[in-house]
Design a protein around this ligand. Structure first.
Ligand code: FES
Length: 577
């Protein structure tokens, strides 16, 4: 008897499908209505394919086709595939913000994996929140798991120019507000921006999280960059389908791959790609689920000196299609190989170092060399000070060099609605040296920590030709956005953090080099304001959103729900009845 045969009897799926009793009859008989033959239940690996397809998540709407390639791979390798749907967090449609539902989706993933006869699982992610929700849920179960990303859209094109998802929306929107672009032209650009299946093709959060997955070692090499419509995406899906079957046979669980070393690799890679600030929150949350001790300061420690090599919007010029042709993520990792833990294990069954032996770069303007970076410091800056005792973040590669050290007068908005109502008021006392402060946009306050931190500039500042100002908030920002924007201030204002105490006209100092964010008022005055501060009751009355507001953690630890942190394993305490 081979080792595989011996293991077959111990597989999770056999607790459902093995044996001759009534329960085994029930499990097999109903599954057979899918046309499954007897040998589908003979102890071969049963593979779940966790599909975030939804027409309401346009970035994942092509997953019906993609999943067929995964299934073929599973069957070719001798496994039995079962596709199942989970909550799909679509960035563009979900209100008030997709992030509010990331943790809900992760619960769906976790319970679906644990409660079903699965020996391994493929996680199909694409749009921003789908990838972290899948990894969080799977990490809490710790069974063999691999990610297949949906891939980016083709480059946007409009009237002879290249358009980047999100990034050019923010630019065009400011052009319309400043009177430099007509509304007709603005609307005409819509169809050219999103012209194929796939997710945002800038180095936004979706591309970042696909890259993070690859850097963590939970995908096969090449996963991040192949466009959704590239046949190599389908080939990769098929190969991952084959590979997950072997992973079950090898009992290669997520905890073997998602190690401290893997997260350090991912942080460094995020610096090299100029990745999204959202990766900070998502990786902290994933680490919390698998039980790796990672904290916010690790982002500065491991990312600070990593040069940004990837010349993609929003920090640079190109898009994911160009990134693919230039060699994709392996080419980037090959260029910072000496900074990585090469012995980190990957789902391929090889170490990261072994995988990188095949890395090659084919365009060193898209993926720059270390001596010619896009930015010398590509990582995320973690700021601290009396305005953010638990930290805040800023993406230097998306900020303006002349604002990296700036002191200005606060112009304060109590909520995003307050901001929208007053930002273009000609009487608003603001100029380009002011610091725009937004409260009430954190995990509890919004709720869900909306991507509103890149506040549009006041019209009267825009009309002077100014395109960036310092902005400070407890919000997030889209990975496709840019600007000198301080985000994720913790504790948030709704939780009584010092941000809640900022008043109009206060002086705020930002010093990115020193990693400082300071409110220049004395401690006694801060205490007086703190004594007067009253929490606002939240508007949610019951349901998931109420649970979220009551149990969500702050941004500096990943904004997970407190009771979801940790790995609970895949054991099912009781049989079905
Ligand atoms: Fe889905 Fe950008 S909106 S990836």
């Amino acid at each position: 008897m081979s080792d595989d045969d011996k293991n077959a009897g111990k597989r999770r799926s056999q607790a459902w499908f093995g044996g001759t009793d009534k329960d085994a009859f029930l499990h097999r008989s109903w599954a057979k209505n899918n046309g499954l033959p007897d040998d589908a239940f003979d102890g071969r690996p049963v593979i779940g394919i966790c599909n975030t397809f939804s027409e309401l998540t346009p970035c994942n709407a092509h997953f019906r086709e993609l999943v067929e390639h995964i299934k073929r791979g599973v069957i070719e390798a001798g496994g039995t595939p079962f596709e199942f749907p989970v909550f799909s967090c679509g960035e563009t449609m979900l209100r008030p913000t997709a992030m509010l539902f990331r943790n809900l989706a992760s619960m769906d993933v976790e319970e679906a994996i644990r409660g079903n006869p699965l020996d391994g699982v493929i996680l199909m992610g694409g749009c921003d929140k789908t990838t972290p929700s899948l990894l969080m849920g799977a990490a809490s179960c710790d069974i063999p798991a691999a990610v297949v990303s949906g891939g980016p859209m083709l480059n946007g094109r409009f009237r002879g120019r290249t358009l980047g998802s999100g990034t050019d929306v923010w630019k065009f929107s400011e052009e319309v507000r400043s009177g430099r672009m007509s509304e007709e032209d603005f609307m005409a650009a819509e169809s050219g921006m999103s012209r194929s299946p796939g997710h945002c093709m800038t180095m936004g959060t979706a591309s970042t999280m696909a890259s993070m997955s690859e850097a963590l070692g939970v995908t096969l090499a090449g996963n991040a960059a192949y466009p959704a419509v590239d046949a190599r995406r389908n080939r990769l899906a098929r190969l991952t389908g084959r590979r997950i079957v072997s992973m079950v046979e090898e009992d290669l669980r997520l905890s073997r791959v998602l190690t401290r070393e893997a997260f350090e690799n991912a942080i460094r890679v995020n610096g090299a790609i100029g990745g999204s600030t959202n990766a900070v929150i998502h990786l902290l949350a994933i680490a919390g689920r698998i039980g790796v001790d990672l904290d916010l300061t690790d982002w500065d420690r491991f990312g600070r000196d990593v040069p940004c090599l990837v010349n993609l919007m929003p920090s640079g010029e190109y898009l994911m299609e160009d990134f693919c042709y230039a060699g994709g993520l392996p080419a980037v990792m090959g260029k910072i190989r000496d900074l990585l833990h090469e012995d980190a294990f990957t789902i391929s069954g090889r170490t990261m170092g072994e995988q990188l032996n095949a890395a090659e770069c084919f365009n060193d303007d898209v993926i720059r060399d270390r001596d010619n970076p896009v930015f010398h410091q590509g990582g995320i800056a973690v700021l601290q000070g009396n305005l953010a005792p638990q930290g805040a973040v800023l993406k230097p590669s998306a900020a303006s060099p002349h604002l990296m050290q700036h002191t200005g007068r606060a112009v304060v908005f109590e909520s995003i609605e307050d901001f929208k109502a007053r930002v273009d008021d000609p009487d608003l006392d603001v100029d380009e040296n002011s610091v725009l402060v937004l409260k009430g946009a954190g995990p509890q306050g919004y709720p869900g920590m909306a991507e509103v931190g890149n506040l549009p500039l006041p019209r009267k500042v825009l009309e002077k030709g100014v395109r960036d100002m310092v902005r400070v908030s407890d919000a997030r920002m889209s990975g496709t956005a840019f600007g000198t924007v301080v985000l994720h201030v913790a504790p948030e204002s709704a939780a009584g953090g010092p941000l809640a105490l900022v008043e109009e006209g206060d002086i705020i100092e930002l010093d990115v080099e020193a990693r400082r964010l300071a409110l220049k008022i004395d401690e006694a005055e801060l205490e007086r304001r703190r004594a007067r501060w009253q929490p606002q009751p939240h508007a949610m009355q019951g349901g998931y959103q109420s649970l979220y507001v009551e149990r969500v953690l702050q941004a500096d630890t990943g904004a997970d729900l407190d009771f979801l942190v940790g790995c609970r394993g895949a054991e099912v305490p009781r049989e079905s009845h």
